[in-house]
Design a protein around this ligand. Structure first.
Ligand code: KG4
Ligand code: ZN
Length: 357
């Protein structure tokens, strides 16, 4: 099975071709990702209108490169998959409409993929991984603990009640004068700092649910930074180290509870899987390793290029759905919001309008 996947929900314009064997194994034939970071960096974050226009300009060329690199023609495709949400609606419309046009012209099935489902299924592309497993997804738009029970069968065990984790990293970086995207900058500065100099709060620690809260911690960093006045490099490193230490401890605690809830409801998971840009943070990886060991499960993190947004994950989710006969019609809507688990509601305290919940 050969599937083309298209990703345009945020600031990556991406297309990929993957091959899926009848035994369920997968292979990436091409995976082209164009990051628009430079277009958005002057604004300190993603500007939706700029992103949508860039997707229009870039997508055709990116798809052409993905097809050429895979060495196939449109007639060879078993299907075309696009991320139909959740995300910035302008970009989603560009990707989904392009996929519909390809599907119609080449008479090949369309799969409208949930971007979160694609993150959830990606680890099965690179290694055999049976259901059920526990997913920790932490990126600029999402922070969730999800029980992955099967294709299309997800139960959200925890989520953030305010900021996403990557968003918190980005905002802390911005307030300390570090460039966008802030996650890697904060990680770098934290490695040089003293995590004990500032006593930042550990949000939600010990709570019986598996939800996250990051905005109070972010505010605590802001207050400390303004109390210090003009910041010396040493202050910046110590603030980053203190912030990251608090995130690590909170993450470990929330995942400990998430894995307990998982076990109570679904038995032992085959693995703890981490995905999203934040999962590329080495310190967080270390914390997850310890959590997995304590919960007597193994930690699996896809390679960094598959953790962050890309087309291969969309193509793979499309292939997993196609293999089960799940396809979509030309009426499939683009969605700014699209819960992975239709049965969950937003957690108490939820008060923001991000697409990811
Ligand atoms: O998954 P991703 O590439 O895109 C989406 O947001 O969907 O994640 C990007 C996010 C940004 O907020 C970025 O600051 C964060 O992941 N990030 C990190 C690190 N690398 C990227 N956060 C903490 N430490 C990192 N090393
Ligand atoms: Zn993503």
């Amino acid at each position: 099975m050969l599937v083309l996947g298209i990703e345009t929900t945020c600031d990556e314009t991406a297309a990929a071709v993957i091959e899926r064997q009848p035994d369920g194994s997968g292979k990436i034939l091409s995976n082209i990702v164009h990051s628009q970071i430079e277009d958005h960096a002057p604004y300190g974050g993603v500007v939706p209108e700029i992103a949508a226009r860039a997707h229009i300009d870039l997508l055709d060329g990116i798809i052409r490169r993905a097809m050429t690199e895979a060495g196939i023609g449109f007639a060879d495709l078993s299907g075309v998959a696009a991320a139909a949400g959740p995300g910035l609606i302008g970009g989603v419309i560009v990707g989904l409409t392009t996929a519909k046009a390809i599907a119609m012209v080449h008479a090949t099935p369309l799969v409208a993929v949930n971007h979160l489902e694609a993150h959830a299924l990606t680890p099965r592309l690179t290694a055999p991984l049976p259901f059920p497993y526990c997913l920790f997804l932490a990126s600029g738009g999402h922070t969730q603990i999800v029980a992955v029970l099967g294709v299309g069968d997800y139960v959200r065990l925890g989520t953030t009640v305010d900021d996403a984790m990557g968003e918190a990293f980005d905002k802390v970086a911005k307030m300390l004068g570090l460039p966008y995207p802030g996650g890697p900058q904060v990680e770098r500065a934290a490695a040089l700092g003293d995590p004990k100099r500032f006593a930042f709060p550990r949000p939600m620690l010990g709570r019986p649910d598996a939800n996250f809260s990051l905005s109070g911690l972010k505010t605590a960093v802001r207050n400390e930074a303004s109390r210090l006045g003009p910041l010396r490099p040493r202050d910046i490193s110590d603030l980053c180290a203190g912030f990251q230490a608090a995130v690590l401890e909170a993450t470990a605690d929330r995942l400990r509870v998430g894995l307990l809830l998982f076990r109570e409801r679904f038995g032992a998971p085959s693995a703890l899987v981490a995905a999203g840009g934040v999962a590329s943070n080495q310190a967080i990886r270390g914390a997850l390793q310890a959590v997995a060991a304590k919960a007597q499960t193994t930690l699996m993190i896809p390679p960094p290029a598959l953790c962050t947004d890309n087309g291969a994950m969309i193509a793979w989710a499309g292939a997993e759905r196609l293999a089960l006969g799940l396809t979509d019609t030309m009426e499939a809507p683009p969605r700014a919001r699209w819960l992975l688990d239709a049965n969950t509601t937003a957690p108490a305290g939820y008060g923001k309008t991000r697409a990811a919940y």
